[in-house]
Ligand binder design. Structure first.
Ligand SMILES: NC(=O)c1ccc[n+]([C@@H]2O[C@H](COP(=O)([O-])OP(=O)(O)OC[C@H]3O[C@@H](n4cnc5c(N)ncnc54)[C@H](O)[C@@H]3O)[C@@H](O)[C@H]2O)c1
Ligand SMILES: [Zn+2]
Length: 380
C-alpha cells in the first residue's frame, strides 16, 4: 500500500517502486513554494520548464519566482496547447531545444501543465541522453489524478493515440489545487470523471464520499479537492506499485475506456468530446453491460448516471448531434483499439460499484445491445 503523510494542508502519497519510488505532494500553494520541494532534487542550480501557453499565463511566473528565491535559474520552453501537440514533430523540436539548452545527464526538467505537457515532456526526458530526471507539476485535474502518476509517457501517431512512448517515472509530483482555479470548468468536469473511476474500480466508500462531496470538489473547495486527489493518487499508486508495466492489474485503470475510446475515435479526437467526457459515458456503459450479463446487481448504472447528472458531467451523447452514431461503427473502433488481446476485446467490468475486474469474455451481441441502449437514451 502507498504510504500517506499529512503535514498541515499538504498531504503526501508515496509511489513505491524500489529505486524508482517517488512522492506526490497534494495541496494548496505548492507552485508558489515549489522551490522548497524541488531544490533537493537538483544537482545543479538550474532547471528547464516545459509548459503550454495557457498554463504559462497563470503559473510560469510563480514557479520561476519560487525557484529564483532558492537561487535556481530556469528557462522555459512553451508549447502550443492541445492534444495535437503530442506528436513526433513536437517531440523532435522539444528534444532539440533541450539539447540546445546545454542539457546534461544531471539536468532536471519540469513538466508544468496538463497531461499533454506531462506525456510529451516525460517522453523527451526518457530518451534524451538515454534518460534524464523529470518532475511533474500537473495543472489539470485529469493530470493530477491520472497522467502525472505512474510513469507512462508518450505521443500520438497517425495510427492512434499514445502508440509511441516509454515508461519513465518522475522523481517528484506536485499537485497544486490552486492550479485548478484557472482550469476551464469543462476540463475540470472531464478530470472529475477519471476521479470517479477510482471509486468504481475498487473503492465503494470513496464513491459514496463523492456522491456527498463531488459538488464541493467541482466548486473549488480546496479540502474536498485535496482529499479527492489524494484518494485517486493513492489508488493509482497502489496499482502501479504492483504492476508498473501493465501486465495485469494496471489494466483496471482502463475502466470505462474501451467504450470511451470508441466514442473518441468516432468523433476523431476533435475536441467535440473530451477524453474525460467519453470516459464518463463509457463508465456508465461498463456498469450497464455488467448488469446486462447478470454479474452486477441492477440499478448501478442508474446510480452512476444520477451522480454524473447531479455534478453536471456530460454522461450521454447529447450535444454531439453532428455525429451519426451507430453501434456497429463503435464496435469496429473497439476492435481497432490497441487493447485487443488475441483478437478478443478486453473489458473492465464490475460485480458492483467498487469491484471491477478484467475480462475478454464479452459477446458482441451484449456489446451492441449496450451501445444501442446508450444511443437510444441519448436520443440518437
Ligand atoms: N500518461 C498517462 O498515464 C495518461 C493517463 C491519462 C491521460 N493521459 C493523457 O493526458 C492527456 C490529457 O490530459 P489533460 O486533460 O490534462 O489535457 P491538456 O494537457 O490538453 O489540458 C487540457 C487543457 O487545459 C489547459 N490547462 C491545463 N491546466 C490549466 C490550468 N491550470 N489553467 C488553465 N488552463 C489549463 C491546457 O492548456 C489545455 O488546453 C491526453 O493526451 C492523454 O492521452 C496520459
Ligand atoms: Zn483516461
Amino acid at each position: 500500500m502507498s504510504a500517506q503523510i499529512k503535514t498541515g494542508q499538504i498531504e503526501t502519497v508515496q509511489v513505491n517502486l524500489a529505486e524508482r519510488s517517488y512522492s506526490i505532494h497534494v495541496g494548496s500553494g505548492l507552485i508558489n513554494t515549489a522551490g522548497d520541494y524541488i531544490a533537493p532534487y537538483l544537482k545543479e542550480a538550474r532547471t528547464i520548464i516545459v509548459t503550454d501557453s495557457n498554463v504559462e499565463k497563470h503559473w510560469l511566473a510563480p514557479l520561476q519566482n519560487s525557484l529564483n528565491s532558492h537561487g535556481i535559474s530556469s528557462e522555459a520552453i512553451v508549447m502550443e496547447p492541445g492534444e495535437k501537440t503530442k506528436n513526433f514533430t513536437n517531440l523532435e523540436q522539444l528534444v532539440c531545444k533541450l539539447l540546445n539548452a546545454q542539457i546534461e545527464r544531471n539536468t532536471v526538467v519540469i513538466a508544468l501543465g496538463g497531461g499533454v505537457i506531462g506525456d510529451l515532456t516525460g517522453m523527451a526526458a526518457a530518451i534524451i541522453l538515454r534518460g534524464i530526471d523529470f518532475i511533474q507539476i500537473p495543472t489539470s485535474l485529469l493530470s493530477q489524478v491520472d497522467s502525472s502518476v505512474g510513469g507512462k509517457t508518450g505521443i500520438n501517431t497517425p495510427q492512434g493515440k499514445n502508440l509511441a512512448g516509454a515508461f519513465h517515472q518522475p522523481k517528484l509530483v506536485l499537485c497544486d489545487t490552486d492550479a485548478l482555479k484557472t482550469l476551464p470548468i469543462r476540463e475540470l468536469r472531464a478530470g472529475y470523471a477519471e476521479l470517479v473511476k477510482y471509486g468504481l474500480i475498487a473503492d465503494a466508500p470513496f464513491f459514496d464520499w463523492l456522491e456527498k462531496n463531488g459538488e464541493r470538489v467541482l466548486a473549488g473547495d480546496q479540502d474536498a479537492q485535496r482529499h479527492a486527489i489524494v484518494k485517486s493518487c493513492q489508488a493509482k499508486a497502489d496499482v502501479v506499485s504492483e504492476d508498473e508495466r501493465e501486465t495485469g492489474r494496471r489494466a483496471l485503470l482502463n475502466f470505462g475506456h474501451t467504450f470511451g475510446h470508441a466514442l473518441e475515435a468516432e468523433v476523431g479526437y476533435s475536441g467535440t468530446l473530451l477524453h474525460g467526457e467519453a470516459v464518463a459515458i463509457g463508465s456508465v456503459m461498463a456498469l450497464s453491460i455488467s448488469e446486462r450479463i447478470g454479474i452486477c446487481p441492477a440499478g448501478r448504472a442508474d446510480r452512476l448516471r444520477a451522480h454524473f447528472a447531479k455534478t453536471n458531467i456530460g454522461y450521454n451523447l447529447h450535444g454531439n448531434a453532428g455525429t451519426d452514431w451507430a453501434a456497429e461503427k463503435l464496435l469496429d473502433h473497439m476492435r481497432l483499439d490497441k487493447k485487443v488481446a488475441d483478437a478478443k476485446l478486453v473489458f473492465i467490468l464490475a460485480r458492483d460499484i467498487g469491484d471491477a475486474f478484467i475480462t475478454n469474455e464479452v459477446n458482441d451481441s451484449d456489446i451492441l445491445a449496450t451501445l444501442n441502449e446508450a444511443l437510444e437514451q441519448s436520443g440518437n
